[in-house]
Design a protein around this ligand. Structure first.
Ligand code: ADP
Ligand code: MG
Length: 359
C-alpha cells in the first residue's frame, strides 16, 4: 500500500484524503494500528507477535473488561467512524472506571465489511485521541472481514483489595452519581423520531451520546471512599438495580436531585422522566458512600461534578420519589438485549422494556 499515510496515533495525516483501498490484513494492521502516540514501558511486546507481552505492576490486580458493538444493534450503520472509535474505547474505560482501575492496555477486535481507508482513518483518530488522553496503549487484536462489529478489551490496574464492586452497598450509605443523566437518551430519542429538539440543544446532547466521557479519574478517587460503584450504560434504574441486587439492599432516590444539563432540563417534561432514568448510554458512575466517608467525598474534586441522589435502605427494591414527593413508577426498566419487544436492527438496544416491578 505505497501511497497510504499512517494517520493514526502519530498525529500525522489528520484530514488527509485517504482513498478507499483494498489491502491485505497485514497491510491494514501495519498502516493503522502499529504506530501510536502512546508507548508504555510495561509493554514488552505489543502488536506484531503472536501475543502481547505485558508487565503488570507488582501488588496490583488486573481489571479486565470487554464490550462488543455490533452495527445495526448498538449503532446505526452510517454512524460517523470518529465517534465509533471514541465510543468503542470509551465504554471500556468506563467499565474500568467503575472498578476504580487505572487503564493501561487494550486489544481491538474488528470485523470490517471492507478495508475502507477513509473509514479506518477516522475510526483510528477517534480511538487514539481518547487512548492518548488516558495513556492507554493498543497492544493487539484480530481483524476479519464480515458485517461491521467492534470489540475492545481493556486492561487496568487496581491495588489489591481496592477495587470498587457492585456488592458493597450497606443500608444508610448515601447514593451519588457523577455528571448529568439523560443527555444521551434525549439525543437518541430525537434521532429515533420520538421528540424534536432544537438544533442548539441537539448538538450538545448528541455529543454526549456519540462521545461519552469515561469517568476514570473519578473512579480512582473513589477507591477509598465508595462502598460500591457501577457505570450507567443501561439507565440509572437498571444499573442501580444491579448494585441493589448484588448488595442485597434497596434504595430511595429523589427525582428532584437527579442532575440534569440545562439542555436536558428544557425537554424533560416533554420527553418524560423515563428518558433520564431508564434509557441509558450515560456512562456516568453511580456509587454508594458510607456516612463516615461523606465529608471526604464532598471534598473530592471531580471534573464531572457529582450529586447526591438518595440513600441505601435495608428493604429490597428501588423507591423513586417524584418532584411532588409522590412515588414515581418507570414504564421501562432499561435495556436488555434478550428481553426486547422488538428485535429490529438499529433501535433494539434502545427500545423499551416493560418494567418488571423495580419500584
Ligand atoms: P495471528 O494470525 O497470530 O492471529 P494476526 O495476523 O491476526 O496474527 O495479527 C498479527 C499481529 O497484529 C498480532 O500481534 C495481533 O495482535 C495484531 N493485530 C491484528 N489485528 C489487530 C487489530 N485490529 N488491532 C490491533 N492489533 C491487531
Ligand atoms: Mg489473527
Amino acid at each position: 500500500m505505497q501511497d497510504i499515510h499512517s494517520p493514526c496515533g502519530s498525529g500525522q495525516g489528520e484530514g488527509e484524503l485517504v482513498e478507499i483501498l483494498t489491502m491485505t490484513e497485514f497491510e491494514l494492521i501495519r498502516t493503522f494500528f502499529v504506530r501510536q502516540a502512546v508507548t508504555r514501558s510495561d509493554v514488552a511486546a505489543g502488536i506484531g507477535d503472536d501475543a502481547a507481552l505485558l508487565i503488570p505492576p507488582p501488588g496490583q490486580q488486573l481489571a479486565v473488561t470487554s464490550d462488543l458493538m455490533v452495527s445495526g444493534v448498538h449503532f446505526l450503520s452510517d454512524t460517523d467512524p470518529f465517534s465509533l472509535g471514541h465510543k468503542a474505547l470509551a465504554v471500556n474505560l468506563s467499565d474500568l472506571a467503575a472498578m476504580g482501575a487505572e487503564p493501561a492496555w487494550f486489544m481491538l477486535n474488528l470485523v470490517l465489511p471492507a478495508a475502507d481507508g477513509r473509514w479506518l482513518e477516522a475510526f483510528c483518530r477517534g480511538m487514539f485521541r481518547l487512548a492518548r488522553d488516558h495513556g492507554v496503549q493498543l497492544v493487539g487484536g484480530d481483524t476479519s472481514r464480515g458485517p461491521l462489529a467492534i470489540a475492545i478489551e481493556a486492561h487496568g490496574f487496581v491495588p489489591e483489595g481496592k477495587a470498587l464492586r457492585r456488592s458493597g452497598a450497606q443500608p444508610g450509605d448515601r447514593l451519588y452519581v457523577t455528571g448529568t443523566l439523560g443527555d444521551a437518551a434525549m439525543a437518541l430519542r430525537h434521532r429515533l423520531g420520538g421528540i424534536r429538539l432544537p438544533e442548539g440543544d441537539l448538538s450538545a446532547l448528541a455529543q454526549r451520546l456519540d462521545r461519552p466521557t469515561p469517568r476514570v479519574k473519578e473512579g480512582i478517587l473513589l477507591r477509598d471512599i465508595a462502598s460500591s460503584a457501577i457505570d450507567i450504560s443501561d439507565g440509572l434504574v437498571a444499573d442501580l438495580g444491579h448494585i441493589l441486587e448484588l448488595s442485597r439492599v434497596g434504595a430511595r432516590i429523589d427525582i428532584a436531585k437527579i442532575p440534569l444539563s440545562p439542555e436536558c432540563r428544557r425537554h424533560v417534561r416533554e420527553a418524560g422522566w423515563d428518558t433520564v432514568l431508564a434509557t441509558g448510554d450515560d456512562y456516568e458512575l453511580c456509587f454508594s458512600v458510607p456516612e463516615k466517608n461523606v465529608a471526604a467525598m464532598e471534598k473530592l474534586q471531580f471534573d464531572s461534578g457529582f450529586s447526591r441522589i438518595g440513600v441505601i435502605e435495608p428493604e429490597a427494591g428501588l423507591r423513586i420519589q417524584d418532584e411532588a414527593g409522590k412515588p414515581y413508577r418507570t414504564q421501562h426498566a432499561g435495556h436488555d438485549h434478550f428481553n426486547e419487544p422488538d428485535n429490529s436492527p438499529d433501535t433494539n438496544k434502545h427500545s423499551a422494556k416493560t418494567s418488571k416491578g423495580v419500584i
